[in-house]
Design a protein around this ligand. Structure first.
Ligand SMILES: [Zn+2]
Length: 244
């Protein structure tokens, strides 16, 4: 299968495979009208899946429903911490064959042509493990190695345990594509090296840079003991094409 991933900003990406388009964590700020147009053209006539991992403004805007107008059908997959009214007040959500599914952590779902498993995040909301035509795609949202130096040892170890438990589960899943955080505000960068070495996905997409795309250069320069290919994007709109 041919896959195209497009970086928009921060943790917002599209993943395109034939007529299916997955849009992840469209934020309140940081995406201009040119990039909006790009998202619309990627989603034109597609079977669009809008994923919202949690309600923080750097991952969610109620305006995300605007992309359903150019799609053939839209399936909204929304974490249960996002107030339902903020999404379904848009009539487009209920149009045609569109669906709206509010998801809880640690559950399994079938949404049109996708199978989905959710994990509880150690920040807010959920992470997703998506089965797309037999290929496995992990999208972490804000599930990451949050070892903030100002936190107590106990608080850090609680958070790290949640992250590592999910890594241990993913190790047995043969993950094809993984989106997980690369955030240089943390001493661990929020865990990308550990994630890649232990889960060993075919393709790794670092995220959560707040527009500091140069952080990705540091990850690419790092000695990592794994064969994963990293999406080395430099600016919003950059694309990554590969075959699975
Ligand atoms: Zn975040």
């Amino acid at each position: 299968m041919k896959v195209q991933i497009t970086y928009l900003y921060h943790s917002c990406f599209t993943l395109q495979e034939d007529k299916k388009v997955l849009l992840f964590d469209y934020p309140e700020r940081g995406i201009d009208s040119t990039l909006d147009e790009k998202i619309r053209s990627i989603g034109q006539g597609s079977e669009l899946y809008i994923f919202i991992s949690h309600a923080h403004g750097d991952h969610f805007s109620s305006n995300v429903t605007k992309f359903s107008t150019s799609a053939q059908e839209t399936h909204h997959v929304v974490s249960n911490d996002v107030p339902k009214e903020t999404i379904i007040r848009d009539k487009a959500v209920n149009r045609n064959n569109n669906t709206f599914t509010q998801v809880d952590p640690d559950r399994n779902y079938k949404i049109k042509n996708l199978k989905l498993k959710t994990f509880k995040s150690n920040d807010a909301g959920v992470a997703f493990l998506i089965d797309l035509c037999g290929k496995k795609i992990y999208y972490g949202g804000d599930l990451a190695k949050w070892n903030w130096p100002e936190w107590s040892e106990e608080k850090v170890s609680e958070h790290v345990k949640v992250f590592e438990d999910v890594i241990n589960e993913l190790k047995n899943e043969d993950v094809d594509i993984a989106f997980s955080n690369m955030d240089e505000r943390l001493p661990s960068w929020a865990g990308p090296v550990e994630f890649i070495e232990r889960v060993n996905p075919h393709y790794f997409i670092p995220m959560h840079t707040f527009g500091n795309e140069e952080w990705i250069d540091d990850l690419v320069d790092e000695e990592i003991n794994a064969k994963s290919e990293i999406f080395h994007y430099e600016k919003p709109g950059d694309e990554f094409h590969f075959k699975l």
